[in-house]
Ligand binder design. Structure first.
Ligand SMILES: Cc1cc2nc3c(=O)[nH]c(=O)nc-3n(C[C@H](O)[C@H](O)[C@H](O)COP(=O)(O)O)c2cc1C
Length: 186
């Protein structure tokens, strides 16, 4: 059986990106602690077919492969920079191409970055309802970081790192619960 996967998807479309680095850091922490295979993508990785696509079938091969990885992930880490108080338009467009039932029950860690504290509730008021629509299992601890929490593009703030550790721990609880449930069903 293939190793379970944790996949990160970040809504940035410029690089270098604090958000992509943040998503990747959390993905790697989850992979290390819970023994999952890790990969991270951003809007830039999807290439130009994303903006043109009205349906998933319109994506080119590279973008379609990323969409399939997100859909098939055992754990998803979804993050976006805050643009005008919300996730980026292309982040939403990517998720608009996904079948409403495709993420049902999937554990999702919600992350966002912003220029300041003012929009910290983007994780609760924008990201959480989006994954609520998909009936995904958005974990309780969502994490928001501002420009000042990073040094050289790497998350350094102790309080934010603590919240990351809490979110990574919650992933472990869900995974343990699921493997317990499948053992019980055998
Ligand atoms: C078009 C645009 C809109 C933005 N809007 C907001 C905003 O509403 N609130 C906020 O806190 N930061 C805002 N920012 C700042 C970015 O969210 C912030 O710098 C973010 O961490 C950048 O992430 P990145 O390095 O991954 O691109 C905006 C930046 C841009 C370019």
């Amino acid at each position: 059986m293939p190793n379970p996967t944790v996949v990160g998807f970040s809504g940035n479309f410029t690089r270098p990106s604090k958000t992509r680095g943040f998503v990747e850091q959390v993905v790697k922490d989850i992979a290390r602690q819970h023994g999952l295979s890790a990969s991270t993508y951003d809007v830039e990785d999807l290439g130009p077919s994303l903006g043109q696509a009205k349906w998933a079938r319109d994506l080119d091969e590279q973008a379609r492969a990323i969409l399939d990885k997100v859909i098939n992930a055992d754990v998803l880490v979804a993050g976006s920079p805050t643009y005008k108080g919300s996730y980026t338009g292309l982040f939403k467009h990517f998720f608009d191409l996904i079948d409403p039932a495709a993420l049902r029950g999937k554990p999702v860690v919600l992350l966002a970055t912003g220029g300041g504290e003012r929009h910290a509730l983007i994780v609760e008021h924008q990201l959480r309802p989006l994954f609520g629509f998909f009936e995904a299992l958005a974990l309780s601890t969502a994490v928001y970081a501002t420009d000042k929490d990073f040094a050289d593009g790497v998350l350094r703030s102790e309080p934010i790192l603590k919240r990351v550790a809490q979110a990574v721990g919650e992933v472990g609880l869900v995974l343990a619960n699921r493997s317990g449930a499948s053992v019980a069903a055998e």
